[in-house]
Design a protein around this ligand. Structure first.
Ligand code: SF4
Length: 494
């Protein structure tokens, strides 16, 4: 069996796919390598959400090939689904496997250990070898004829119609804030919306959900320490008795609409609270109109769901929201924020904002700034518009010049930082329950990094093991963090 390494890019959903591939490979008896340079096969799991994500993947391929020309590179993920021919033409790439065929990568790797690798455009990999115990039929086998005609590098391309895919690839993954402490579980994939700037539906397909029984099973395994999670820098698989679990998806609020019988997202949350011992659940991101009264009431009824709402805004100009094919207007969004703030005045409320969408004027930008200023946001994620081939927005001609986009992004980020600082300041003198995190380099001496329910990074005086609950009284701000001391007792159970 060859050794493998999975190089991850992109969002948590993509990382969950990578973790699932890793789990499948390890279950089949493959051995993981500690570094990409010592592996026989490297699987690059790519993202394509922006042009710079594409560039990052291409750079990584070139770097890996230069460092170890013998390594076989299998490139998969969203970029591989969107533009397989671009990747197939890069040096060192053996296979490009779209998201449509990602579940078959383990079969491909098994076979690579016994079959001579293809070395020309006509030397197709024997598909029959991959069929041996596959339950997923190949839809299409698009050959290297898609590579530029004179390209010296002719990788094989394996991709098909993503909208035909119904299977769900997911395994818990460690990542995000508090890297090694709080696993993320992807429970929903794909999207049925068509925001005009977004390439995701075309590379991830229709919305589909992890069945509720599987969600419960995964959460139980995580909370009792039976799940083995990939940890890159250590033993590659580490058991963890997770106290906080992050639920993620591409469009999480649509969870369960494809299941039969249909399951409402709120009902799934109630079931998790009732049937598992998870101590804190966090929702990664949810579209504003899915933030219903019922959901907010549920959040307010328990301390086992983090008081944290991340709701993509994108713009507060109704003209731009319409051009983006977003289905709400600024006043609807504001109402959802008020709903949260009325019930949970200390909740973290974050938003994604895109600046520089084609046709965005100074007035549109000013409307967005004023809207954000007027609402109790606690942080912002600001993105510059990036033209994605195949989307409606890519065909729009009234592009905003790059220098203007940069300036608007700077202004939005400055506003986001101002709102975050005001929120941190408002929390001083409060006592919050925090979860201690695994140590990171940024940590000051004799302090422990931790995360609150309302998504504040807190440095706690003293050294405590990771993954413990502490009640901490906040007494000052330090950069983008708060500083506090344990108020009374240190305790393990919540
Ligand atoms: S909701 Fe819109 S932005 Fe989000 S994944 Fe779907 S199409 Fe893309």
């Amino acid at each position: 069996m060859p050794t493998f390494f999975i190089e991850q890019f992109g969002c948590r959903a993509t990382q969950a796919d990578g973790a699932a591939i890793e789990r499948q490979l390890l279950d089949r008896g493959c051995t993981s390598a500690a570094t990409p340079t010592t592996a026989d096969i490297v699987v690059l799991n790519t993202c394509t959400v922006t042009a710079s994500a594409d560039a990052q993947a291409r750079d990584a391929i070139r770097r890996l090939h230069a460092a170890n020309p013998a390594v076989r590179l299998i490139v998969t993920g969203c970029y591989a689904q969107r533009a397989p021919e671009e990747l197939a033409a890069l040096p060192g790439v053996s296979w490009v496997v779209g998201n449509s065929h990602k579940p078959q990568i383990p079969l491909l790797i098994d076979s690579l250990s016994s079959v001579t690798p293809p070395n020309s455009a006509n030397d197709f990999f024997p598909v029959a070898a991959l069929h041996s115990d596959s339950t997923v039929p190949f839809h299409s086998f698009v050959g290297a004829e898609l590579a530029p005609p004179n390209s010296p590098h002719l990788a094989k391309i394996l991709t098909g119609n993503i909208f035909d895919r119904a299977e769900f690839l997911s395994a818990p993954v460690l990542g995000g804030e508090g890297n090694h402490t709080r696993p993320t579980l992807k429970i929903q994939d794909g999207c049925d919306s068509r925001c005009s700037y977004c390439v995701i539906p075309f590379v991830r397909g229709k919305s589909r959900s992890l069945p509720s029984d599987r969600v419960i099973e995964e959460i139980r395994r995580l909370t009792v320490g039976q799940a083995l999670l990939p940890v890159r820098s250590e033993s590659l698989r580490a058991p963890l008795q997770a106290r906080e679990i992050v639920l993620s998806g591409i469009n999480l609020g649509t969870y369960g609409r494809d299941l039969s019988p249909r399951v409402e997202f709120e009902d799934l949350l109630r079931r998790i609270l009732g049937e598992t011992s998870v101590e804190r659940l966090r929702i990664s991101s949810i579209e504003p109109l899915d933030v219903t009264q019922d959901l907010v009431d549920l959040f307010a009824s328990t301390d086992r769901i983090a008081q944290h709402f991340h709701m993509p805004l994108q713009s507060a100009s109704n003209r731009i929201l319409a051009a983006m094919h977003r289905w709400y207007r600024a006043e609807h969004y504001a109402r959802r924020i008020e709903l949260v703030h009325e019930r949970l005045p200390h909740a973290a409320i974050g938003a994604d904002v895109i600046t520089g969408f084609p046709g965005e004027t100074e007035d549109d930008h000013a409307v967005t700034l004023a809207f954000i200023e007027s609402l109790p946001f606690t942080y912002l994620h600001v993105f510059s518009f990036s033209k994605r081939p195949g989307t409606k927005a890519a065909a729009l001609s009234n592009e905003v010049p790059g220098a203007i986009i940069k300036r608007r992004a700077r202004e939005l980020r400055a506003l986001g930082e101002k709102k975050s600082a005001a929120f941190r300041q408002s929390q001083i003198s409060r006592t919050l329950r925090v979860l201690t995190l695994h140590p990171s380099n940024e940590l000051p001496d004799r302090q422990t990094s931790s995360l609150s329910s309302n998504y504040l990074r807190v440095f706690v005086g003293g050294v405590f093991p990771a993954n413990q609950w502490l009640d901490v009284r906040l007494n000052s701000c330090q950069g983008t963090c708060l500083v506090g001391r344990v108020s009374e007792s240190v305790f393990l159970p919540m």
